[in-house]
Ligand binder design. Sequence first.
Ligand SMILES: [Zn+2]
Length: 594
Amino acid sequence: MTLPYTLSRWSLADLFPASESPQMAAAFDELDAQVSAFETRRAQLSPEILVPDFLEVVSQLEAIMHQVYRIHNFAELSFTEDTQDQAALAFLGRVEQSMAHIQNRVLFFSLWWKDLDEAAAARLMAEAGDYRYWLEEMRHFKPHTLSEAEEKIVNIKDVTGVSALHSLYDSITNRYVFKVEVEGEVQELTRGELMVYARHHDPDLRARAYQELYRVYGNDGPILGQMYQTLVRDWANEQVDLRKFTSPISARNLINDIPDPVVDTLLEVCQRNATVFQRYFRLKARWLGVERIRRYDVYAPVAKSEKRYDYAQAAEMVLDSFQQFDANVASLAQRVFDENHLDSEVRKGKMSGAFCASTAPDLTPWVLLNYQGRPDDVATMAHELGHAIHSMLASHHSLFTFHACLPLAETASTFGEMMLIDQLLAKESDENVRRDLLFHQVDNDYATIMRQAFFALFERQAHQMIKDGATVDELAAAYMENLSQQFGDAVELKDEFRWEWVSIPHIYQVPFYVYAYTFGQLLVLSLYQQYKAEGDAFKPRYLKILSAGGSEAPARVLAEAGIDITSADFWQGGFDVISGLLDKLEAIPVSTGE
Ligand SMILES: [Zn+2]
């Protein structure tokens, strides 16, 4: 039997034939005309505006943004196709410049909308159909918005303030070179290359990799810590003092549209369940043949499986696992292959990693992979196609409401991965491969759930400590305390980990971002558990969550599916799934003689 799936490059022809093409030139011209027409509507914007006029303004803006996304996505995707292509890079630069200009020209609409009085806004939202939540969400920030003059000052000062510090942090840390001895030879590596050794089977090499990582960051620890103190003070000055958020984390919670108490509950449940992963680390110690694992061994492989899947096999397996869930879901994924929207091959200059780009509701998403045949690569394929399915299921929404918001954004992708792993486990007879898959899944759960939750707990504490005048050394000591709560006596910790927090870009760039990972992963574990328990009866509920896209607040989308994110029991359910996995792993007789 010949299979139709072969490693290939995608086609962007559904966007544009090329950056230098009559179609692209026409799109730029059209966009300019659209924006000019939109600008003439400015005078009409008043509290008395008639509903049909208002909706026309909104749909004009939607058409503008549709064009913007098509052009911008084309530029971005062309660049990821070949990051060494100077022409693609130059085009991307040109596009970003002109898109920023366009954003400024249409900005008056959102400013007017946020400023509008409650009664007028309610009247318009009631008739806004699918746009309603998008409009509602913009207004969430009304109580935290300053006067136009103050907002402008904040923007201007940010360029040379926080934004400059972010760039500086990137510049300082991106030029780090890490030296580690591998097979008798000293290698000079980037952080990405170094951290591959965190998953190496040689325990000494794992230790050397971590020691080198935090030696380098630790050398700059005092200065990176000082930058962090400044960023945290800026956050408090702006979000708490000026914008009147009740706490530093509240500002992030509103962006995610998750109520403060829900986030508190989530983090509390995580803290209470630190023992679940401590149990996992003890289990891992047995498989690694040691008394107790070291922090260096957290991601150590327990078996050396060399299993490889060719690309066609992988595509068949992924589509098959989707098919078993739902025929429509499988056919949506199939469309990504059929329309040649999938860039799967490894090429020189192509961006590493994987992603899914959902440009607009009327376009099939584009997926980039770097497929190399490891079980991991198959899981990644399922993950990214899951993202594509999610946006295709929500394609009946507007451009503004089809993207799932952050806490729900990883639902279909993670769920897709879990369906695939189940499928692999069902078909795989090699015990090594099966065990590897299970351990890999729990490693991943640890990294996404508990590690991120403890980062968020640290951030919460650090923001308070800095307010109270803490030194960098005191912050580092608090971080060590945070780690020892997380690991208990299940993991041996060395002192260099005191500098781990200064090495986490999210903590610097997007305060409190990390708990969204915890939220998303625990949610999917619970959903998957319900699926296992209820089978077919579960499916409509799940598909409804996905097809809501970003058209409703996450709490409401989930409440409709019978999920109460305010309840500690719900989050506990996610940890119970992991405990169940551990039961399975503990039942496998340990053999370390490989
Ligand atoms: Zn993802």
